[in-house]
Structures are given as C-alpha cells and as structure tokens.
Design a protein around this ligand. Sequence first.
Ligand code: SF4
Length: 463
Amino acid sequence: MNLSKKLYILSFGCQMNKLDSALVSSALIQAGFILTESVKDADVVLINTCSVREHAEQRVISHLGHLKHIKKSRPDMIVGVIGCMAQRLGDKLLEHEAVNIVCGPAQIPQLAELITKAVNEKKKELAVTENIRRSAKENEHGALEDFESAYSSEDEIIPSQAYVRIMRGCNNFCTYCIVPYVRGPEVSRPPDTILEQIRKLADSGVKQVTLLGQTVNSYKYYKDERTWSLADLLIAASQISGIEWLKFVTSYPSEEFFDDIMHAMASSPKICKYLHMPAQSGSDKILKAMNRNYTASMYLELLDRARSIVTGIAIAGDFIVGFPDETEEDFQATVDLVQKAKYRNAFIFKYSPRPGTTAEKRWLDTVPDDIKQKRNAALLDVQEKISDKLSMEFIGNVEKVLVEGLSKKPHLNSKDSDNNPQLVGCTGTDYIVVFNGPVSLAGQFANVKITRTSPLTLFGELV
Ligand code: SF4
C-alpha cells in the first residue's frame, strides 16, 4: 500500500504509549506516509491518548475541538484517536464531529487498514476490544507480536536507545487505576521474541534498552518446563553483544522474584542500578483502600533489601496525594515514608477519580483540591531536600553517561572555551547530566566529572 499522505502523531501519557506511537509511526512510514510536524499540513492526525488522569483526557478533548475547527476548511483530513481513551470511550468518542477512527491499544496493527477504509469508504471506523478483561484471542496476540517485532526501532529522539515491551496489561486492580480496564489482563511476551527483538536493535546500533511493563517485575513465562522471570530475561539480554545498558520500569512492590532481580542487577554491570518502584502512600489504611498488597513497613523492607544486595542502587518512587479520606495523619505517614526511603527522585500526583474504577464507584473525592495541592507541594519539598543532598554526593565523581544530544534548556546553553554546546545525557542510575561537548557524542558513552549539582541534575566537565 502506498498512501503518500502526511501524518501527524500527538502522544500523551506513559512510556508504554510513547512506544505504541513509535511502532505506529514506523508502520505507517513503511506503508508510505510521511511524518509532518504541522497539524495544519497533515492528511491524517492520530492522537494517542492516556486515561490515567482526568487532565490528560481533557487535553485530548480540547485538541479534538481544535481539529474540528481545522476540518471545516479541510474536510478530507482523517482524525484517529488511539490508545487508552479510545478503548475506554469507544463509540462515544466516535460521535465527536472531528473523529473518523477510534482504535484501542490492541488494534494498532490494523491502523493502516482502518485509515485506508476511512479514506475510501468515507465512514467512521471503530476497532476496540469488546470484553477487555477476557484474554485476547490467539490471532490478536499474534498480530500484536508480529507488529511489535516488525516495527521495533531506535528511539526517534534519543539516539542509541530503545524501549521493548515485555508484557501487556495488568491484573492488580489498584482501586484508583484505569489501566486494567483499558489494557486488559497481564500477558508476558515470549522470551525468545523479546531477545530476538533486542538482538536486532543491538545490530542496528542500539546501546541501551529499557524493558517496559506495567508491573515489569512480575514478568513470568513458562517455557520448556522452566519459568522465565525478569531476572532471567535481564541476564540473557545482558549477554547480547552491543547492548551496554539495560533498564526496566515500572516495578510493583512485591516479594516475588525481588531478590533474584536484585542479584541479577548486582552481578552484571550492564543491568543499570536503578529501581523505579511506586509506593503511592505511606499510610497502611490508604494502601489497603488502594488495594496495594503491602504495608509501608513491607515496602521499606524491600528498599533495605535492594540496597543491601545492590551497592549504589538509585531508587525512585511515585505517590498519589489526596486519595479519598486521606487525613492529615495519613499524609504525615507518607511524608515519613519518603524521609525513610531516601529516593533519588519521586513523582507526585494529585488523586483524580477515573470513571469505572473501584475508587470512583466506592468513594467520593473527599479531599478538596487546595489540600491536594498543599500536600503535593509539601511532599515535593521534602523530596527535593533529599534529592539535593544525594546529588551533592556526586561532586568530584567521574560518571559514565549515555549522551542524548543538545540540552533543550536555553538558559543552560552556554558554550565552553572550545565553543562546544551544552549536551545532556543520563547515567545508569537515571541522573540527568549536563556538560559541554561536541554534538558528535550524541548516542555515545562519555565520562563526565561532576562539578556542580541541583536536586535532579548533575553538571560537569567532559573528561
Ligand atoms: S499495578 Fe496498579 S497502578 Fe500499576 S497499572 Fe496495575 S492497577 Fe494500575
């Protein structure tokens, strides 16, 4: 098929969504599309949506309003909504005047065909999973596997890096979360396929691969009378020639395979010493209401174990503040956990009820927004002081950095005496490093001596 049309993709949400967008754009380019950066030029506009927070959905609706306006002068423009919001709202979204195609995450392999049909038959196209909690049919799995393997490629923006999904869906049903209702049941991908995909990426010059899963540490695949865990996968991937760094996100606080994964990390310099493991709250009452199957002390015990097995591990956490009925005392328990956890970084979100989740059905959104805002700022403040202190410990160290390219912060864009621009890179422990150097270093490893720090960024000089 050669459609020779201009394609514009806008992506919201997590890394999983960004990966879907990358696969879709790679597939459509092979089908003859040309990417454009201007929505006004586009023949086809795809919005890859996120349903995790209300705000992300509101932004999509406002973009659709804008597209409706553009379509008045360009009625042939095709607008497709893909991703979690497409699966959540299905035909309701198709009723929007601007929308031609609604396509769920499991149907992305059909997109080229859906676009062709929308163009030729001039009618709206809907492709979503009817019963999302029923395991996907064999043919759907096969199509997703083929799609993933065929179009997996280096990150479009960051050279030498790639993301590889190792599992889909989630079975945890945290009461606030929409993911199990839009991404379906947890399914681990076959290790052979994943390793083959990583081998191909390495052959094309990729040095760092990040393995993705909603609960990546629960990866489990039965094959030839043995169970493959994330630890097995990491070890096997670390033996692929050309792969220098392996990362994985996001981990769920669970005992299962935890020590194995930490031992794998300790044993191989290629498995980066970085663990992103959301706690969400430090209050046992709130954790229970969230259906997170651990207590604050169990969580902290896992962090202790991680640190005792992996020297120098950097840990990041996520938190939700203002969950229904979160009292000041509950919030203080969260502050207490953050102080004990000594995260290198924490991502903090205000609770927003998601339609269809247990929390939305069971409880009112009782914490007023100004209190959520106050708790959010207070927790950020606590974390910032911890991050600042931890960052300062790097001063004088020489850090290995995978260089991403030019720094995008104009205020940092000074040049050094050799007239080198400011570059940005990342350490194995996920610290952002800013330094001056030649642009040709993008996609290469460099050693940087750290001279100055801020809570989340290290600044230094190329060694
Ligand atoms: S583990 Fe919980 S928060 Fe994470 S995707 Fe699954 S249900 Fe959502």
